[in-house]
Design a protein around this ligand. Structure first.
Ligand SMILES: CC(C)(COP(=O)(O)OP(=O)(O)OC[C@H]1O[C@@H](n2cnc3c(N)ncnc32)[C@H](O)[C@@H]1OP(=O)(O)O)[C@@H](O)C(=O)NCCC(=O)NCCS
Length: 184
């Protein structure tokens, strides 16, 4: 895996844009997954929107919207191929707040979400951030298992965080957090 050199922390307003680099990780069922920043490629943005619409009963991210704090990564099975997963986040003070993560149904359980999450955590570490934070429905066992396996822990339970129609009546969310500076 490509490793970046650690950098000194920078204030939020000077947060660097995502590096235009990508890397490939070996995963179990496919030869590689390529994780790269989501740029301004309109086709990739459209593919993210399709994945988002299939995975969630609401739009979890605003892909392509220009925002100084927005960060997003995409996964492809090979360079230039269709987007099979995304992670959308924003830099919020000293935190990277993840607000969207989804993988194509046909490509799940191949380590793609894990690769996206690790890329985001590495980015937060390089930026000197103190936490990567997200919210997940108590009904979402797959996502909770993923986050727990990647070092996140439950910080608190938020009552009535989601509307009843979103997750089969389960309205509570866990707020989960990991310190990107903690070695995994
Ligand atoms: C949750 C989601 C992103 C996982 O994506 P994925 O690419 O299939 O996950 P990975 O293959 O990287 O899984 C990594 C680990 O997470 C856990 N995990 C992932 N899916 C799981 C499932 N269905 N059941 C139990 N554990 C699961 C496992 O520990 C897994 O490791 P393993 O395969 O070695 O056992 C995917 O199921 C998805 O897109 N769901 C719909 C959208 C969603 O719920 N997003 C999260 C919102 S908070």
């Amino acid at each position: 895996m490509h490793r970046r050199r650690p950098r000194r922390p920078r204030p939020r307003d000077r947060a660097p844009a995502l590096a235009p680099s990508s890397y490939a990780l070996p995963v179990s069922s496919v030869p590689t997954v390529v994780v790269e920043p989501l740029g301004s490629d309109i086709v990739a943005i459209a593919q993210c929107i399709v994945l988002d619409a299939d995975a969630f009963p609401y739009a979890s991210a605003t892909f392509g919207l220009r925002s100084a704090s927005a960060r997003a990564w995409i996964a492809r099975s090979e360079p230039g191929s269709r987007v099979v997963g995304f992670l959308a986040a924003r830099v919020d003070g000293r935190r990277l707040s993840v607000h969207g993560l989804a993988v194509d149904r046909e490509a799940r359980r191949r380590g793609i979400a894990r690769s996206l999450l690790r890329e985001a955590i590495a980015y937060a570490r390089d930026l000197g951030l103190w936490a990567v934070i997200l919210h997940v429905s108590l009904a979402n066992r797959a996502a909770i298992a993923l986050y727990s396996a990647e070092g996140f822990s439950v910080r608190r339970r938020l009552r009535d965080f989601y509307p009843p129609a979103a997750f089969d009546g389960e309205t509570d969310a866990y707020e989960m957090v990991v310190d990107p500076r903690t070695p995994t």
